[in-house]
Design a protein around this ligand. Sequence first.
Ligand SMILES: C[S@@+](CC[C@H](N)C(=O)[O-])C[C@H]1O[C@@H](n2cnc3c(N)ncnc32)[C@H](O)[C@@H]1O
Length: 341
Amino acid sequence: MADEVRKLVAQYFQLVDPPQLDIPPGNVLLRPIVQKALYERMFDESLTPLPPAAYRTRVLKLIIARIEESITNPEEDELNDNLMDALGMLVAQPKASSLELAQQLSHVKYTAPLQTSSTNDREVTTIESRGLILSGGTTGNRTWEAALHLGSFLASPAGEALVRGKRVIELGAGTGFLSLFCARHLGVQGVVSTDREPVLIENMRECVRFNHKYDGIFPFYPAVWDWGTPLEKTEELESFVEGDGLRFDVALGADLIYDTDIIPLLLSTVRDLFENYHVEQFIISATLRNEKTFQTFLDGCESNSFEVELLPFESTPSKMQTGFFHSTGIPIKTYRILKAS
Ligand SMILES: C[S@@+](CC[C@H](N)C(=O)[O-])C[C@H]1O[C@@H](n2cnc3c(N)ncnc32)[C@H](O)[C@@H]1O
């Protein structure tokens, strides 16, 4: 029961599309203790931040419908009053249009896949619109499948070993999901989360207070970096200066290979990282939507004499995922890119 409730709660705070939610079966939902847990962990208004009201309404309606259809003995089986009251309050609220809903930015809380070695859930909160594909000229307003895939890899012992104690920089970070995960849970020395869009960098700064739960330094430094121009030097980056300049150990990137026009700029930035920022490896995950586009990237790596190594990390099929939920309909691969030896 605990696992089923945990999974539904994690999917709900990630704003997984309601038809894709794993709602526990009727015999589990009918248990008063389960209904109480669902109310307290998903719909109690004192929880902050909660998903948008329209999303909460859809999910609660589904859960209540599932409970009602499972009731076989009305004398004994009950529907929790708090759940019913929460639905009453939600449906009484003014409704936003579908366009407003699609563009609405909200807090999205991601929960990492379970690891046998850890007992506590590892969570990351971003600000984004799960429904936005392209807005204001950027694709960075939502966290993409490749980032959730790379996050799942980094959540594993082999992935964590690549970044623990390291100076990390992320390119085209979008919502900052991966960098926030590194800063909050993976023990990095520091992570610079970059993107070319200043508005995304502002959103990342705003996210800090939802992820930095304890006193002390939160080693997360958002900065504008438009490939082909110099990295924006902020005071926060001083901690990455060593000797003659900024130094990083590892670079990360998710879903950056989708347009052949930007591949040369991306490759020249990777070369810059290897040559001028001392980066030893670039870990990148790619959703293989278009073979030709990806081949252009591989050809570019070859002409720059970069070594490309496919990492042996496979996506967990959607139904078996325990966190960082994402579709695996289109293959996602993770590569390690190294400077020629
Ligand atoms: C498909 S999104 C991926 C975002 C994030 N990595 C993820 O997987 O969720 C591509 C990101 O690359 C950024 N980007 C595209 N071209 C860029 C450039 N020339 N310089 C810096 N960032 C760029 C976009 O702003 C966007 O945030």
